[in-house]
Each structure stands twice: as C-alpha cells, then as structure tokens.
Design a protein. Structure first.
Length: 641
C-alpha cells in the first residue's frame, strides 16, 4: 500500500505526525490486513513518557480484529514490522505497541514543513483545512450599552478572540459578532437621568461610558432611595420614560442611538488595545420585531405558550422574576395577553423551568430576543455553527433558548447541533458592576492601566535586561495586556481563578510576560548573529539538519514542534484556548533550557558555521511556532523587550 495514502482528515504536507501515522497505519495494514488501516491511524498517541515517541493500545483495534488476542497481535507486529526511513524501532509490551521515529527524518521533515509554511503566512504552520467551506458565527464580549466593560466581558472577549482565531486556523470562515446589550429598565433610567442631570458637552468631551455611568449612578440612587429620603418623583419619572421607550418615543430613541454610537467608539478603543476586532456590532435592540412576532405566533400555533402572572415585588437581586404564578392550559396567546398575562413556555419536562418570553405589556424578554436573533442571524449568515461566549451565570438562559429553538417547528436550522454556549467561570477577587451597582467595581480600563504601570516599573527596575526597548510606553502596555490575557486564558474555562497581580506580571513562571520575553530573546539572538556574524538562513537546501542530531534537546524540541498542528485541532474540539497556552509554556521551557546546550554564536567563533546555521534554523522554527501560537491567542509577539 502507498505509505502516503491520505487518510480522512490527514494533511501530510502540513503535519509530520500525519506522515508518521499514515506510514504506521499502512505498515500495520500490511501485517494485519487492510481493515486496520483507519483505526490504527486514529488510535496512535504520543507517549507520555519515554523512551518511545508513540504508542498504540492494541485493544483499540478489537472491533476490526475480533477474536485475536491483543498481546499476540502486539508481539506479531513487533516481530514483523520492518524498520524504515520513518520508524526506526517498534516494541511490544503486553497489549501495547511503541514506536520510535527516526531522528534524522524527523529533524529534516519537521523543520522543512515549518520553514516552508512560514514563508506563506496565510497558510502558516499549524493551520489546517478541516473547516474549509464552513461558516462560524461567534458572539462574544457583548457589553451593555452605556455601561462600563467589566471583568466578565473581558474574559468573554479574550476567550472569544482566541476561539475565533482557532476556528480560522482550522479553515473556517469566521464572523465575529458583538451583541450589545440593551436593558429596558437600565436604558429608561439612564435616559431619565441624562435629561435630568446630564450635559451634552460633557458627554461628547469626556470618556462617554464613564460619564454615562456616573449619570446612571446618580439617578439610580434617587430611584432606589426610600420614600421621603430623596426625590420621590424619580420613580414616577422612570416609569414614564419606560413607557415612552416601549412606545418608541423619537427623542428617546435618538438619545439612546447616540449613547450606542458613543459606546461603540469607546469599546473599539478598548478592543484595539486588546488586539480584537469585530465584523459586526449587533445588539439586543436591533432584533427585528417581525422575527419576534413570528416566533411567538409559531409557538402559539404549536400550543406551547402558557399565561402566567408575575408577582410583582418578588424580584431577585439581578432583576429577574423570582416568583411566577402559573395558569395552565391556556394557549391562545392573544387571549392571554388580553388578560394581562405574561407569556411563558413550560420546559419542566426538560428540567428547564418556565421561562417568560413576553411581558404582560407585550415587550419581549431577553430570551425571546435571543431566539429571534438566532433566526435572524441564520437567515443572514447561513452559519454551520454559532457560538455564544458568555459566562456560566447564563447557562440556564442558553439552555432554555436552545431548547425552545429546537421545539420551534419552523426553525430553519437544527439548534441542538448548530448552537453552542461556550461558558466560563468568573474571575475571583473582582466584582462585576451590574444594573444594581455595588461599591467595589473593577473596570477593564483600570486593570489594563495598572498592568501597564506594573510592567513599566518592572522594566525600569532592571534596565540591563531590557536595554533594547524602543518605546517603553507601548511595550509596557503590550506586555501588560499579554499578562492579563494569558491569566484569563491559562485556566480551563470551567475553572475560576484568583486574580493575582504579582503572579500575572512576573517575568518568571508560567506568565504572559515570560512568553513575550522568550519570543523577544529569540528575535534578539537572530538579530545578533546576523549583525555580528553575518549568519542568516537564506535557503533550506544548504542547511545540514543532521548536525543537530548529537543534541537530545534539539530532538525533544523538534518532536514538540511537530505536535503543534494537532494541538490546534484539539484546542478547537475542546473549545479550550488553555490547550494552546499550555503548549506555549512548554515550548518556552524547552527553548529556555536549550539555550545552555544549544548555543549558536559559539560555533561561528569556532569556525563551525554549518552547525551554527542548523541551530539557527531550529531556533527560527521554534520562534515561528511560538509566535503563531501567541497570535492565535490574540497576543502580539514582541520582537524587542
Ligand atoms: N449583555 C449581556 C451581559 O452583559 C451578555 C449578552 C450575552 N449574549 C446573548 N446573546 N444573550 O451580561
């Protein structure tokens, strides 16, 4: 059988481990029969401990080999496998097979793949074509208009940006969407507050979000004040605004439109600083009334709506309805509305409660808006998949949304297959500003400014280490940003963590600054040998990679570089950018520990230019992979620090 016969999803020209997997699969097919080919390919794994590189648990072939004994199969394979250009040794231990890759082939081929793909950055090393022809819509960040951006939005932004890049790296066509929140009560409060206390000049001149938030706090205090303590008329005023808002009062709509525009301009600044771009600024207020009505009509037709009364005054802390009194068995939604009931859907059989879709005054709740928005987006983008990167406090909300969409007969897509909530835990030690403000708020801008300042201090404290910095401000900001982002990405999404300034901004240990430092050090080494020794890689043909064979560290590093394309696939499957962060750290450790035994300059001095060149190629490839992985995490790898 042709050893390079491409197996499903394999990309031998871009992934050395696929070349190896294909070759092992074909050798085993020769020994055991063609039917094992694919299952062998899919079952080979990287050994977690030496001395072998790869492993195959023979029982995994059970389904195709039926009644043969796994240990006997392993022994037979070990005996009959003929070492070749790619595999130099095969051993059996019980029912497990181990393989060692021939070092010379690995050195040459891996470095060749990395070097040649780095010449075509569009299809850089690590990327693949699995998602070609498929479209992803990814919604992330989604702050509420005129409200500051807080830590929850930050983690969504950082995870969402990394996932967008990962999907693009896996060949998908990605549309990044920001669904700006629009909370009725909050907007009514804000509009009332602005008319009463606001100043148009200040709004245009100052940081509009912070300014509006200030206005909001003033009116909020009035609104929440006990009767007699402050202006009692505020409550009535807000109620009036709320009514006007629901009726579509042009003055209010225009005012909120302006708030929205100014908010977006402000968010864009933050996103630029974070190296994140959106394709679409969508929003809760932009969901079409027609789609909302269609959803309700359809649910009504299917007999899924029930009327409920809302017991006022029993609202939970976050403003959600805590108590519902249900009147079952009524399904004609016009009748229900006429009776001044809210409309809900009973999802108890799925253990998802009875979410309210429409308030007694006819307005849509956030769930109904999300349902209609999903349908609108499908018509617009025809996505194959849509992700919502939102904190885990909204698990129930999305489970309800997706369930309702899958119950909806005329939903144009299969919600259970196409929609996914990418949730994450909250960062501890940082309060989230809410509609109901608390005293200890932490805003993103403050965090980024503090990170920048801390980095600047650290850099100034050891000038000898950072002498090549050209723009201290910018570099400090970028390292600070890396520090914060890496901290957000490094834990699995389900893990919450304590924000720890000391740890985050350290150049030692597994931190963002350490990654930047490692990358910049590789760049600086390249610059130095080019300048002082005229050493640079001009073509691959002239480089003798076998000169790297005497150094075990070089082999270890090359093998690790070979695993990168599969890490990119796995991180997508698990939706865990943390897989990529872990990869970066391990690679940075390998690079750091290689410095001692794998110098470049010293060989130039000794006249061994070929060795120096081979080592330079290895470091250039390591730098390329570290840089690509960092970029996928939306970090900007620095060339000098
Ligand atoms: N704006 C919301 C918040 O700040 C998040 C929106 C999440 N996305 C959605 N489609 N519901 O908490």
């Amino acid at each position: 059988m042709d050893p390079h016969f491409p197996l499903p999803k394999s990309e031998p020209s871009a992934n050395f481990l696929h070349i190896i997997g294909t070759s092992i699969a074909s050798s085993l097919a020769n020994i055991l029969g063609d039917e094992v080919n694919q299952v062998v390919y899919a079952s080979i794994e990287i050994s977690t401990e030496g001395p072998y590189d790869l492993e195959l648990a023979v029982p995994k072939l059970g389904a195709v080999l039926k009644d043969m004994n796994p240990s006997e199969i392993a022994a037979k394979v070990a005996k009959e496998y003929t070492p070749d250009e790619l595999i130099e040794a095969v051993a059996a231990s019980g029912s497990s097979l181990s393989f060692n890759i021939r070092s010379a082939s690995m050195m040459r081929q891996v470095l060749e793949i990395i070097y040649s793909t780095s010449q075509t950055p569009k299809r850089g090393y690590g990327t693949n074509t699995l998602g070609n022809g498929k479209r992803l819509v990814i919604e992330f960040s989604s702050p509420d208009i005129a409200m500051p951006f807080h830590v929850g939005h930050r983690r969504s932004t950082v995870i969402g940006a990394a996932l967008s890049n990962l999907y693009a790296a896996n060949g998908w066509d990605v549309t990044k969407l920001n669904y700006l929140g629009y909370r009725g009560t909050q907007c009514a409060l804000l509009a009332a507050g602005f008319d009463k206390h606001g100043s148009k000049e200040k709004l245009e001149k100052e940081d509009p979000i912070m300014y509006l938030y200030g206005v909001y706090l003033v009116i909020y205090r009035d609104f929440k004040a006990k009767e007699g303590q402050r202006r009692d008329d505020t409550k009535q005023m807000v109620k009036d605004y709320f009514k006007r808002l629901e009726k579509g009062d042009p003055h209010l709509i225009e005012m909120l439109q302006r708030f929205r525009e100014l908010s977006i301009l402000e968010y864009i600044k933050i996103y630029e600083r974070l190296n994140v771009q959106f394709d679409v600024y969508d929003g809760e207020s932009l969901v079409s009334a027609e789609s909302i009505k269609d959803v309700m009509d359809q649910l009504g037709k299917q007999g899924l709506l029930i009327g409920v009364t809302m017991e006022d005054g029993r609202k939970s802390k976050r403003g959600k309805i805590a108590a519902l009194k249900v009147e079952e068995g009524e399904n004609k939604h016009e009748d229900l509305l006429a009776k001044d009931l809210a409309l809900a859907i009973d999802l108890n059989e799925f253990k998802l409660g009875k979410p309210v879709l429409q308030n007694p005054d006819g307005t849509a709740t956030p769930i109904l808006r999300d349902i209609a928005a999903a349908i609108d987006r499908y018509h617009k983008y025809h996505f194959d998949k849509m992700l919502y990167v939102v904190g885990n406090q909204q698990n129930l909300h999305f489970a309800q949304c997706f369930k309702i969409l899958s119950l909806l007969k005329d939903c144009p897509f299969d919600a259970s297959e196409k929609l996914k909530h990418i949730n994450f835990s909250q960062v501890k030690g940082m309060a989230i500003p809410t509609l109901w403000p608390s005293a200890n708020l932490v805003f993103l801008k403050d965090i980024l400014d503090s990170a920048k300042e801390m980095m600047m201090k650290r850099i100034k404290a050891s000038p000898e280490k950072f002498e090549t910095i050209e723009d201290l401000e910018l570099t400090s900001d970028q390292i600070g940003m890396t520090a914060v982002k890496v901290q957000d990405l490094q834990a699995k999404r389900s893990m919450s963590y304590h924000f720890d300034w000391e740890r985050v901004t350290s150049f030692e240990g597994d931190t963002g600054p350490y990654l930047q430092y490692t990358h910049a050090r590789l760049c600086s080494m390249e610059r130095m040998v080019a300048l002082e020794d005229g050493l640079a890689i001009s073509s691959l043909e002239s480089i003798d990679t076998s000169l790297l064979l005497s150094t075990p560290k070089a082999r270890e590093m090359v093998f690790y570089l070979a695993t990168f394309p599969d890490v990119v696939r796995t991180a997508l499957k698990t939706h865990e950018p943390s897989n990529l962060v872990t990869y970066c750290f391990k690679l940075a450790h390998l690079i750091s520990s290689a410095w001692e035994t794998l110098g470049v300059e010293v060989f130039v001095g000794r006249g061994e230019k070929e060795v120096a060149e081979a080592r330079l190629l290895l470091y250039a490839c390591a730098k390329n992979v570290l840089g690509s992985a960092m970029k996928m995490l939306s970090l900007t790898p620095l060339e000098r620090i």
